[in-house]
Design a protein around this ligand. Structure first.
Ligand SMILES: [Zn+2]
Ligand SMILES: [Zn+2]
Length: 389
């Protein structure tokens, strides 16, 4: 990482909130190899704040990056052996202010979204900063100021991180650190539903795949007034959590013709919207075949391989397909509004907590789904490993 960062003299610090010179940081070496090193604490620039990271959730995409490299892009290439710190679902406390920042104060509890676009390309000007045309261009002679922390710039498996103020969201006092880490996941679900239809009141939604994004898509869809909300998946325990988050119906796809079952609930014409979070070829085609004429499908999973899909059915039925790579259009702020109002209990998807020093074990829990782990949260400051019950 060769970002040029401001010096301490150029930022606002507070004696009440001392910031050390160096911090513990996990960095990615070869694939699957993380090691803890000392890094200099970065300082925020214009329109940026320094955040002391208090908690960070592990995302399936972190596991992808640590193993495959993609979708991270560091200095135009794979993220290995570049002193890169992954992790992107963090929350914490504002510890320093860059020049011109009056939107936040030192000591504010905040959570973050991932992407700060360059602010100057066509997509950024349209508000689509997660589709920034200068994606990953944040270094050397091609520094366009784009940041996607944990993807193209340093992320959160460390003690401090720099964030653009556009990516920072205040956390209510009565929200736990662990729940606050889930806002970006809920924001991704919110963005998918926003791109599909905005307010989906009274319209039918199927969510395929009860991972964190799928489970919170159920919660957000229900909060937006969708009816009915149907969750499909293979694990009954996960489907039960989906019910607690607002699913009106659940279908275990292991022993069902899922398209027929969905139609038995919503009628033979099919469902209005599908949020596809499974990413398999079968699930993608099921989504296509359960959607009604003129309906819309959001693809929110990261499949590895190209898939053969029934495109003739899509075209003949005027079905709209949307791909999303994460949160966008400030959906994370709207997701926080729902969570602050306690419209759903996001804590249901948080299952385990580890200390930052135990990150490799926390990643193993997430990867192998030990004890049916869903969201594993890592905290700094010497916390005991624990399981939510
Ligand atoms: Zn994530
Ligand atoms: Zn841009």
């Amino acid at each position: 990482m060769t970002e040029t960062l401001p010096t301490r003299e150029q930022v606002t610090l507070s004696a009440d909130f001392p910031v050390p010179e160096t911090m513990k940081a996990w960095v990615l070496g070869d694939p699957d190899q993380l090691q803890q090193v000392e890094k200099v604490v970065p300082m925020p620039g214009k329109a940026e704040v320094l955040i002391r990271i208090d908690a960070i959730a592990i995302c399936a995409t972190d596991l992808e990056i640590i193993h495959y490299g993609t979708p991270a892009l560091i200095e135009g290439g794979p993220p290995f052996n570049k002193n890169f710190t992954p992790g992107h679902e963090y929350m914490g406390t504002v510890a320093a202010l860059g020049t011109g920042v009056d939107e936040f104060s030192i000591g504010d509890r905040v959570t973050v979204e991932i992407h700060a676009g360059c602010g100057q390309c066509k997509r950024c000007r349209q508000g689509m900063y997660t589709s920034c045309l200068n994606y990953g261009l944040n270094y050397g002679d091609v520094d366009k100021g784009h940041r996607a922390n944990g993807f193209t710039t340093d992320g959160g498996f460390t003690e401090y991180a720099v964030n653009n103020i556009n990516t920072v969201i205040r956390v209510p006092d009565d929200m736990s650190d662990e729940v606050a880490t889930l806002v970006v996941t809920a924001g991704t679900s919110m963005y998918g539903l926003t791109e599909l239809g905005g307010l989906v009141a009274g319209e039918s939604v199927v969510v395929a795949g009860p991972g964190p994004i799928g489970l919170l898509a159920v919660a957000v869809a229900k909060s937006l007034g969708a009816s009915p909300v149907i969750l499909t998946g293979t694990r009954d325990a996960r489907l039960e959590i989906g019910k607690a988050l607002g699913a009106d119906h659940t279908i275990n796809v292991g022993n069902a013709d899922v398209v027929a079952e969905v139609k038995s609930i919503v009628g033979q014409r099919g469902v209005d919207y599908v949020v596809e979070c499974a990413g398999t070829e079968v699930a993608i085609n099921d989504a296509i075949h359960m959607t009604n004429r003129g309906g819309k499908i959001c693809f929110a999973a990261f499949p590895h391989d190209p898939a053969t899909v029934d495109l003739p059915h899509v075209v003949k039925n005027n079905i709209y397909l949307y791909g999303i790579r994460g949160e966008g259009r400030s959906a994370t702020h709207r997701a926080m509004a729902f969570m602050a109002e306690k419209r759903f209990d996001a804590s249901l998807v948080h299952t385990h907590t580890f200390d930052l020093d135990d990150l490799p074990e926390a990643l193993r829990y997430a990867r192998e789904r030990v004890e049916d782990a869903i969201k594993v949260v890592v905290k700094s400051g010497g916390v005991e490993a624990s399981r939510e019950v």
